[in-house]
Design a protein around this ligand. Structure first.
Ligand code: MN
Length: 146
């Protein structure tokens, strides 16, 4: 919460401020295409009333067996799931944000080093895993369906 709030000026950015009073039982996800200094895709999973978030430089893997680097970033408030718009120049993450995909997921396993889930979105669907490798680096893997 603190990190998210500290990085942003809510009198300047249209992004939603942190709220604690969230339903903790929902499992939704969003992928936001973020044209900042470098284009990347922000992948967010709603777990325990926050959006656990990763920046994925090359975008989420679409085909089974494909793995992509994902960099863990600060938890975002659940309200961020609907955010699209323009973050002004000079603000953290300046650039445009559009919703690239959105849906629900089934959480299969969650620990500090691995999150396994099954996505039900329009572009992304099927079995996925995020695996911690080192520091902020994770691997985002599209599983082969069995
Ligand atoms: Mn971003």
């Amino acid at each position: 919460m603190k990190t998210y709030q500290e990085k942003r000026h809510f009198d300047k950015t249209p992004e939603p401020p942190w709220r604690d009073d969230q339903d903790k039982g929902q499992h939704r996800f969003v992928v936001q295409k973020h044209q900042a200094a470098h284009l990347h895709y922000d992948f967010r999973l709603e777990i325990g009333g926050v959006l656990q978030s990763w920046a994925v430089p090359k975008g989420p893997p679409l085909k089974p067996g494909v793995r992509r680097l994902a960099i863990k970033v600060e938890d975002h408030p659940v309200d961020y799931i609907d955010f699209a718009g323009e973050i002004p120049q000079g603000e953290y993450g300046a650039g445009s944000v559009e919703i690239w995909d959105k849906g629900e997921f089934d959480l299969k396993r969650e620990s500090t080093d691995i999150v396994e889930f099954s996505l039900r979105g329009k572009k992304l669907s099927g079995s996925y895993a995020l695996i911690h490798t080192a520091d902020k680096n994770w691997l985002f893997i599209r599983r082969k369906e069995v």
